[in-house]
Design a protein around this ligand. Structure first.
Ligand code: FAD
Length: 482
């Protein structure tokens, strides 16, 4: 036997389903990663995610070499390159892990057909989630569309089947890894056509080692997660989303560690809350898998009848939102965080998404696309789920009449304005009462504190109370279906 393992969003050399199964099959096992032209070509040349993947691939290759193997790295259209490489290496089967996004499913079907034409099977495995596809269903045997019963069923299944969290061992069979081939070194970032990123400057750790460090650091804060996670000025969350996206961490390892700590009473309240977030991740993946149409349309079809703002004025409002100049400091600071670092705190993703849709009346799909371009951790299922939640069009979304007040949210979750001041230094002299709504502060006070509305900070682009009324009117078309 000779097999090929195709790495995609699973950039690790431990607890890896496809690699494990290929090695157990016996014979020799080659490993490959393709920088897929079909994915990379449309991206901006300074895409931090490509720099991140590049660093992760380098670490993965070094680790596979440590284990006696290698990683073949190519820059091509994966859909053609994988069958070509399989033929070149003379392998008799290709192994990979499941992906649940519609485009990835289509790509994999196409690769499977090309391989089958050469009598090579394409074996694929569950790896990036604990439970996939139809593994967690309602009593009626249908996919869930409400989170809480899904979560309860997920947790029951996890407890009933502890093997679901067991690691896929690599080491016992590692001797089967095919030794390095005489091949050119992997392409550099520049050869791929991308610029060096600012990962180091931003302190974003890469690879399996980076993911492990982040998780270890987070475990020391896990007990406080339930409370700390809501305050953007505090490092209350794990920052593992990027690593979960590219599989430098193992979901089984994360879930098992937290479940064990919780069972031993060592995770405080935070353990259960964090596990619940990991379940949200799987919930949205399951929704996308069962309802691929959500990638372009509302989960609740009635919401596609909403008439969004359009035209030049809406375009200008959208630009103000993207560039963080809405005049609402929490919204603007959050957009600055996104634009400067590629990360945005979860509370702020909810606030900014709600603001775009319900204060500016702009189609959630435009915001979703902007986040997709900017977020380091962009994941189609989670991003789409988040936007459909905020716009109320999704499964188990917030009701349409729930409209975040950006000032109240700011007072509640960034009471002293610490987060705002970090990203909007021109407001740093304002006190905790003034900073959430600078336009309400007397002009003379503002000027004394260096804030010139309309010059170094904008006045609000909309009045929230009026926008709220317009939104309720706009959403009247869905009232019946709620
Ligand atoms: P933690 O709080 O430490 O959570 C742990 C992990 O759980 C996260 O890394 C993530 O994998 C998962 N998770 C947490 N919350 C959610 C959630 N609401 N939905 C799905 N998974 C979740 N997350 C992404 O990974 N990619 C996205 O593109 C994305 N877009 C979003 C867009 C909107 C409008 C909203 C409201 C949320 C979005 N999220 C997205 C979910 C969430 O904001 C991020 O996962 C989280 O902020 C990442 O930070 P963290 O790793 O420190 O999270």
């Amino acid at each position: 036997n000779t097999s090929l393992v195709w790495f995609r969003r699973d950039l690790r050399a431990f607890d890896h389903a496809a690699l494990h199964h290929a090695l157990r099959r016996g014979g020799k096992v080659h490993c490959a990663f393709i920088f897929d032209k079909e994915i990379l070509d449309p991206l901006p040349r300074a895409d931090r995610r490509v720099a991140f993947i590049h660093a992760c691939v380098a670490e993965l290759r070094a680790e596979l070499q440590q284990l006696g193997g290698d990683l073949i790295v190519r820059h091509a259209a994966a859909v053609e390159e994988i069958p070509r490489l399989a033929a070149e290496l003379g392998v008799d089967a290709v192994f990979a892990n499941h992906d649940y996004e519609p485009q990835a499913i289509a790509r994999d079907e196409s690769v499977a057909r090309a391989l089958a034409a050469d009598s090579r099977p394409f074996f694929t495995f569950k790896d990036q989630v604990v439970f996939e596809k139809n593994e967690v269903l309602s009593q009626a045997g249908t996919p869930f569309s409400v989170f809480t019963p899904y979560k309860n069923a997920w947790l029951r299944k996890m407890l009933a089947e502890p093997a679901c969290l067991a690691p896929f061992d690599i080491e016992p069979h590692a001797a089967l890894l095919a030794p390095p081939l005489p091949a050119p070194p992997p392409p550099s970032l520049e050869e791929l056509g991308f610029q060096r990123g600012d990962l180091d400057r931003l302190g974003i750790p890469t690879g399996m080692s980076g993911g492990a460090r982040l998780f270890e650091d987070f475990l020391s804060r896990l007990a406080d997660y339930g409370v700390a996670r809501d305050y953007p000025a505090v490092r209350g969350t794990s920052h593992l989303s990027l690593h979960l996206r590219f599989g430098t961490v193992s979901i089984r390892h994360l879930a098992r560690t937290v479940a064990e700590l919780s069972a031993r009473g060592l995770a405080g309240e935070g353990g259960a809350v964090w596990l619940s977030e990991l379940i949200w991740r799987e919930f949205y993946m399951m929704i996308l898998y069962h309802h691929p149409r959500v990638a372009v349309s509302s989960f609740k079809p009635a919401y596609d009848a909403i008439e969004w703002e359009s035209g030049a004025e809406a375009d200008e409002m959208f630009a103000a939102w993207c560039e963080g100049r809405t005049g609402y400091p929490l919204v603007d600071a959050a957009m600055a965080q996104l634009n400067q670092t590629g990360y945005m705190h979860n509370r702020l993703r909810m606030v900014t998404a709600c603001f775009l849709v319900k204060d500016l009346g702009i189609d959630w799909r435009r915001g979703e696309a902007y986040f997709a371009l900017r977020l380091n951790d962009f994941d189609l299922a989670a991003n789409n789920g988040g936007w459909q939640w905020a716009s109320s069009s999704g499964c188990d979304a917030q009701p349409y009449f729930r409209i975040f007040n950006p000032v109240t949210q700011s007072q509640k979750f960034d009471a002293r304005g610490e987060f705002i001041k970090r990203h909007l230094p021109q407001l740093k002299a304002l006190d905790h009462k003034e900073i959430h709504a600078p336009w309400t502060v007397p002009r003379a006070v503002l000027e004394r504190k260096g804030v010139r509305l309309g010059e170094n900070y904008p006045p609000p682009v909309v009045a929230h109370d009026e926008a709220r009324k317009r939104t309720l009117e706009r959403y009247a078309v869905v009232k019946a279906g709620g």
